[in-house]
Design a protein around this ligand. Structure first.
Ligand code: SF4
Ligand code: SF4
Length: 295
Protein backbone atom coordinates (compact mmCIF):
# COMPACT_ATOMS: atom_id res chain seq x y z
CA UNK A 1 0.00 0.00 0.00
CA UNK A 2 1.36 3.44 -0.93
CA UNK A 3 1.92 5.86 1.94
CA UNK A 4 -0.26 8.96 2.32
CA UNK A 5 1.24 11.93 0.49
CA UNK A 6 2.41 15.09 2.17
CA UNK A 7 -0.33 17.73 1.66
CA UNK A 8 0.49 21.43 1.59
CA UNK A 9 -2.27 24.03 1.56
CA UNK A 10 -1.31 27.32 -0.05
CA UNK A 11 -3.45 30.23 1.10
CA UNK A 12 -3.22 33.99 1.11
CA UNK A 13 -6.02 35.63 3.06
CA UNK A 14 -6.26 38.83 1.03
CA UNK A 15 -6.91 38.28 -2.68
CA UNK A 16 -4.14 39.06 -5.15
CA UNK A 17 -1.18 38.08 -2.96
CA UNK A 18 -0.08 35.51 -5.55
CA UNK A 19 -1.08 32.29 -3.76
CA UNK A 20 -2.32 30.54 -6.92
CA UNK A 21 0.83 31.57 -8.74
CA UNK A 22 3.01 30.16 -5.96
CA UNK A 23 0.91 26.97 -5.69
CA UNK A 24 1.09 26.33 -9.44
CA UNK A 25 4.78 27.27 -9.76
CA UNK A 26 5.77 25.04 -6.83
CA UNK A 27 3.73 22.12 -8.21
CA UNK A 28 5.23 22.49 -11.68
CA UNK A 29 8.79 22.71 -10.37
CA UNK A 30 8.42 19.65 -8.13
CA UNK A 31 6.89 17.67 -10.99
CA UNK A 32 9.79 18.65 -13.25
CA UNK A 33 12.11 17.17 -10.62
CA UNK A 34 10.37 13.82 -11.10
CA UNK A 35 7.90 13.90 -8.19
CA UNK A 36 4.33 12.84 -8.78
CA UNK A 37 2.20 15.88 -7.84
CA UNK A 38 -1.53 16.53 -7.53
CA UNK A 39 -2.52 20.20 -7.61
CA UNK A 40 -6.05 20.76 -6.27
CA UNK A 41 -7.60 24.14 -7.09
CA UNK A 42 -10.21 24.81 -4.39
CA UNK A 43 -10.71 28.44 -5.36
CA UNK A 44 -14.07 27.40 -6.81
CA UNK A 45 -15.31 30.97 -7.36
CA UNK A 46 -12.44 31.81 -9.68
CA UNK A 47 -9.93 29.02 -10.31
CA UNK A 48 -6.86 30.33 -12.13
CA UNK A 49 -4.29 27.53 -12.03
CA UNK A 50 -5.21 26.12 -15.47
CA UNK A 51 -4.54 29.47 -17.10
CA UNK A 52 -1.28 29.90 -15.20
CA UNK A 53 -0.14 26.47 -16.36
CA UNK A 54 -1.39 27.03 -19.92
CA UNK A 55 -3.68 23.98 -19.99
CA UNK A 56 -7.35 23.42 -20.84
CA UNK A 57 -8.78 20.73 -18.55
CA UNK A 58 -11.92 18.83 -19.52
CA UNK A 59 -15.03 18.46 -17.38
CA UNK A 60 -14.55 15.34 -15.32
CA UNK A 61 -17.72 15.41 -13.21
CA UNK A 62 -20.74 17.60 -12.64
CA UNK A 63 -21.30 18.73 -9.05
CA UNK A 64 -24.85 18.11 -7.93
CA UNK A 65 -26.62 18.98 -4.73
CA UNK A 66 -29.98 17.92 -3.29
CA UNK A 67 -33.08 19.70 -4.55
CA UNK A 68 -36.50 18.87 -3.05
CA UNK A 69 -39.19 17.70 -5.48
CA UNK A 70 -42.64 18.25 -4.00
CA UNK A 71 -45.12 15.51 -4.92
CA UNK A 72 -48.37 17.48 -4.83
CA UNK A 73 -50.60 14.38 -4.79
CA UNK A 74 -49.01 13.19 -1.52
CA UNK A 75 -48.70 16.60 0.19
CA UNK A 76 -50.89 17.14 3.27
CA UNK A 77 -50.28 20.88 3.29
CA UNK A 78 -49.08 20.66 6.90
CA UNK A 79 -46.21 23.14 6.50
CA UNK A 80 -43.67 21.09 8.51
CA UNK A 81 -41.12 21.40 5.69
CA UNK A 82 -41.55 25.19 5.70
CA UNK A 83 -40.99 25.31 9.47
CA UNK A 84 -37.65 23.45 9.33
CA UNK A 85 -36.24 25.33 6.34
CA UNK A 86 -33.62 27.69 7.75
CA UNK A 87 -33.06 29.30 4.36
CA UNK A 88 -36.72 30.32 3.91
CA UNK A 89 -36.61 28.57 0.56
CA UNK A 90 -40.12 27.11 0.93
CA UNK A 91 -43.33 29.10 1.11
CA UNK A 92 -46.85 27.79 1.41
CA UNK A 93 -50.47 28.67 2.10
CA UNK A 94 -52.02 26.52 4.84
CA UNK A 95 -53.46 23.37 3.32
CA UNK A 96 -51.53 23.76 0.03
CA UNK A 97 -48.30 22.18 -1.21
CA UNK A 98 -45.21 24.39 -0.67
CA UNK A 99 -43.43 26.27 -3.45
CA UNK A 100 -39.64 26.05 -3.68
CA UNK A 101 -37.55 29.18 -4.19
CA UNK A 102 -34.66 27.32 -5.78
CA UNK A 103 -32.04 30.05 -5.50
CA UNK A 104 -32.40 30.12 -1.71
CA UNK A 105 -32.22 26.34 -1.21
CA UNK A 106 -28.94 25.08 0.28
CA UNK A 107 -29.73 21.41 -0.35
CA UNK A 108 -29.61 20.62 3.38
CA UNK A 109 -32.37 17.91 3.12
CA UNK A 110 -34.09 19.06 6.36
CA UNK A 111 -37.45 19.28 4.54
CA UNK A 112 -37.03 15.75 3.19
CA UNK A 113 -36.52 14.42 6.73
CA UNK A 114 -39.35 16.49 8.23
CA UNK A 115 -42.09 15.55 5.78
CA UNK A 116 -44.54 13.15 7.52
CA UNK A 117 -46.02 11.75 4.29
CA UNK A 118 -42.98 11.23 2.01
CA UNK A 119 -44.28 14.00 -0.20
CA UNK A 120 -40.72 15.25 -0.84
CA UNK A 121 -38.49 13.29 -3.17
CA UNK A 122 -34.80 13.54 -4.01
CA UNK A 123 -34.04 15.82 -6.92
CA UNK A 124 -30.69 17.15 -8.08
CA UNK A 125 -29.43 20.59 -8.93
CA UNK A 126 -26.18 21.22 -10.78
CA UNK A 127 -23.85 23.55 -8.84
CA UNK A 128 -20.79 23.42 -11.01
CA UNK A 129 -18.18 20.98 -12.19
CA UNK A 130 -14.90 19.31 -11.45
CA UNK A 131 -12.24 19.51 -14.14
CA UNK A 132 -9.18 17.34 -14.44
CA UNK A 133 -6.15 17.09 -16.69
CA UNK A 134 -2.52 16.14 -16.86
CA UNK A 135 -0.95 19.61 -16.71
CA UNK A 136 2.59 18.34 -17.29
CA UNK A 137 4.59 15.15 -16.97
CA UNK A 138 4.02 14.03 -13.32
CA UNK A 139 1.51 16.82 -12.63
CA UNK A 140 -2.24 16.18 -12.32
CA UNK A 141 -4.52 19.19 -11.98
CA UNK A 142 -7.95 18.91 -10.32
CA UNK A 143 -10.18 21.99 -10.31
CA UNK A 144 -13.50 22.73 -8.62
CA UNK A 145 -15.57 25.35 -10.44
CA UNK A 146 -18.85 26.87 -9.30
CA UNK A 147 -21.46 27.81 -11.91
CA UNK A 148 -21.72 31.58 -12.52
CA UNK A 149 -24.44 33.03 -10.30
CA UNK A 150 -24.36 30.10 -7.82
CA UNK A 151 -23.66 30.96 -4.19
CA UNK A 152 -22.89 27.54 -2.66
CA UNK A 153 -19.13 27.60 -3.07
CA UNK A 154 -18.44 25.60 0.16
CA UNK A 155 -20.56 22.73 -1.24
CA UNK A 156 -18.64 22.79 -4.53
CA UNK A 157 -15.35 22.84 -2.58
CA UNK A 158 -16.50 19.90 -0.46
CA UNK A 159 -17.25 17.81 -3.56
CA UNK A 160 -13.85 18.73 -5.04
CA UNK A 161 -12.12 17.71 -1.81
CA UNK A 162 -13.90 14.35 -1.86
CA UNK A 163 -12.85 13.83 -5.47
CA UNK A 164 -9.27 14.69 -4.54
CA UNK A 165 -9.41 12.11 -1.75
CA UNK A 166 -10.58 9.43 -4.20
CA UNK A 167 -7.84 10.35 -6.64
CA UNK A 168 -5.17 10.24 -3.93
CA UNK A 169 -6.39 6.83 -2.72
CA UNK A 170 -6.42 5.43 -6.27
CA UNK A 171 -3.16 6.89 -7.58
CA UNK A 172 -0.94 7.80 -4.67
CA UNK A 173 1.11 10.97 -5.12
CA UNK A 174 4.40 12.13 -3.65
CA UNK A 175 2.82 15.44 -2.71
CA UNK A 176 -0.53 17.23 -2.97
CA UNK A 177 -0.66 21.02 -3.24
CA UNK A 178 -4.00 22.64 -2.44
CA UNK A 179 -4.70 26.12 -3.74
CA UNK A 180 -7.25 27.70 -1.38
CA UNK A 181 -9.74 30.48 -1.99
CA UNK A 182 -8.86 33.99 -0.79
CA UNK A 183 -10.27 35.19 2.51
CA UNK A 184 -10.51 33.38 5.84
CA UNK A 185 -14.02 31.97 5.64
CA UNK A 186 -15.53 28.51 5.29
CA UNK A 187 -13.97 27.96 1.87
CA UNK A 188 -10.44 28.67 3.11
CA UNK A 189 -10.98 26.59 6.24
CA UNK A 190 -11.87 23.60 4.03
CA UNK A 191 -8.56 23.93 2.20
CA UNK A 192 -6.65 24.34 5.47
CA UNK A 193 -8.26 21.18 6.85
CA UNK A 194 -6.85 19.18 3.94
CA UNK A 195 -3.23 20.18 4.50
CA UNK A 196 -0.60 18.66 6.78
CA UNK A 197 1.04 22.07 6.69
CA UNK A 198 0.15 25.58 5.54
CA UNK A 199 2.01 27.94 3.25
CA UNK A 200 0.66 31.47 3.59
CA UNK A 201 1.53 33.82 0.74
CA UNK A 202 1.35 37.45 1.74
CA UNK A 203 2.41 40.90 0.62
CA UNK A 204 3.89 43.77 2.69
CA UNK A 205 0.73 45.90 2.83
CA UNK A 206 -1.50 46.62 5.86
CA UNK A 207 -4.31 44.45 4.47
CA UNK A 208 -1.87 41.67 3.54
CA UNK A 209 -0.54 41.63 7.11
CA UNK A 210 -4.02 41.84 8.64
CA UNK A 211 -5.24 38.79 6.71
CA UNK A 212 -1.97 36.92 7.23
CA UNK A 213 -2.46 37.17 11.00
CA UNK A 214 -5.99 35.79 10.65
CA UNK A 215 -4.70 32.87 8.56
CA UNK A 216 -1.88 32.14 11.00
CA UNK A 217 -4.39 32.25 13.87
CA UNK A 218 -6.63 29.78 12.06
CA UNK A 219 -3.69 27.49 11.30
CA UNK A 220 -2.62 27.58 14.95
CA UNK A 221 -6.17 26.82 16.08
CA UNK A 222 -6.21 23.80 13.74
CA UNK A 223 -2.78 22.71 14.97
CA UNK A 224 -1.22 23.01 11.50
CA UNK A 225 2.40 24.18 11.17
CA UNK A 226 2.65 27.24 8.91
CA UNK A 227 5.29 28.92 6.76
CA UNK A 228 5.16 32.25 5.00
CA UNK A 229 6.19 33.47 1.55
CA UNK A 230 6.58 37.23 1.34
CA UNK A 231 5.56 38.08 -2.21
CA UNK A 232 6.11 41.50 -3.87
CA UNK A 233 8.58 42.16 -1.04
CA UNK A 234 10.01 45.25 -2.75
CA UNK A 235 6.66 46.82 -3.65
CA UNK A 236 6.78 50.67 -3.42
CA UNK A 237 5.63 51.88 0.05
CA UNK A 238 5.55 48.29 1.29
CA UNK A 239 6.47 47.34 4.86
CA UNK A 240 8.23 43.96 4.76
CA UNK A 241 9.80 44.59 8.17
CA UNK A 242 6.40 44.54 9.93
CA UNK A 243 5.46 41.24 8.23
CA UNK A 244 8.74 39.59 9.25
CA UNK A 245 8.44 40.96 12.79
CA UNK A 246 4.86 39.64 13.15
CA UNK A 247 5.94 36.22 11.83
CA UNK A 248 8.94 36.18 14.19
CA UNK A 249 6.69 36.95 17.17
CA UNK A 250 4.56 33.92 16.28
CA UNK A 251 7.54 31.66 15.64
CA UNK A 252 6.55 31.33 11.95
CA UNK A 253 9.37 31.13 9.41
CA UNK A 254 9.40 33.35 6.29
CA UNK A 255 10.89 30.79 3.91
CA UNK A 256 11.07 32.90 0.75
CA UNK A 257 10.81 36.46 -0.46
CA UNK A 258 9.77 37.19 -4.02
CA UNK A 259 10.65 40.71 -5.19
CA UNK A 260 8.03 42.86 -6.87
CA UNK A 261 8.17 42.01 -10.57
CA UNK A 262 6.27 44.30 -12.90
CA UNK A 263 7.02 41.99 -15.81
CA UNK A 264 5.30 39.09 -14.05
CA UNK A 265 2.27 41.24 -13.21
CA UNK A 266 1.91 41.95 -16.91
CA UNK A 267 2.31 38.25 -17.67
CA UNK A 268 -0.32 37.11 -15.15
CA UNK A 269 -3.18 37.57 -17.58
CA UNK A 270 -1.26 35.62 -20.21
CA UNK A 271 -1.65 31.85 -20.53
CA UNK A 272 1.29 29.81 -19.35
CA UNK A 273 2.69 32.77 -17.37
CA UNK A 274 4.68 30.50 -15.05
CA UNK A 275 6.98 29.17 -17.71
CA UNK A 276 7.55 32.72 -19.02
CA UNK A 277 8.70 34.43 -15.79
CA UNK A 278 12.31 33.96 -14.75
CA UNK A 279 11.97 35.55 -11.29
CA UNK A 280 9.08 33.24 -10.49
CA UNK A 281 10.94 30.15 -11.67
CA UNK A 282 13.83 31.08 -9.36
CA UNK A 283 11.50 31.54 -6.36
CA UNK A 284 9.71 28.27 -7.14
CA UNK A 285 13.03 26.44 -7.25
CA UNK A 286 13.87 27.75 -3.77
CA UNK A 287 10.49 26.65 -2.43
CA UNK A 288 10.81 23.26 -4.13
CA UNK A 289 14.14 22.70 -2.30
CA UNK A 290 12.37 23.41 0.99
CA UNK A 291 9.32 21.21 0.42
CA UNK A 292 11.20 18.39 -1.30
CA UNK A 293 12.80 17.75 2.08
CA UNK A 294 9.37 17.49 3.74
CA UNK A 295 7.82 14.84 1.43
S1 SF4 B 1 -33.24 21.35 1.21
FE1 SF4 B 1 -33.00 22.60 3.03
S2 SF4 B 1 -32.81 24.67 2.23
FE2 SF4 B 1 -33.66 23.45 0.58
S3 SF4 B 1 -35.86 23.68 0.78
FE3 SF4 B 1 -35.30 21.85 1.92
S4 SF4 B 1 -34.98 22.57 4.03
FE4 SF4 B 1 -34.98 24.38 2.70
S1 SF4 C 1 -44.01 18.54 5.06
FE1 SF4 C 1 -44.61 17.25 3.33
S2 SF4 C 1 -46.78 17.04 3.54
FE2 SF4 C 1 -46.23 18.77 4.82
S3 SF4 C 1 -46.45 20.60 3.47
FE3 SF4 C 1 -44.34 19.89 3.30
S4 SF4 C 1 -44.35 18.55 1.54
FE4 SF4 C 1 -46.49 18.76 2.17
Amino acid sequence: MSRAPYILTVCGGKGGTGKSTVAAALSLTLSQRGHSILLVDLDVDGPSTANLLGVSPETYKEIFTFKPIIVKEKCLGCGKCVEVCQEHALIHKKGSPPILLEDLCSGCTACLLACPNSAIEQGAKSLGRILRCKAAENLTLLIGELKPGEARSPVAALHTREEARRLIAANGFDMVVVDSAPGVGNLTAQALLMGNEILAVTEPTPLGLHDLLLILGLAEFMGKPAYVVLNKSTIPHGDPVSVKKACGQRGVEVIAEIPFDLEFLKLQSVRDALRKSRSLREAASLLADFFEARM
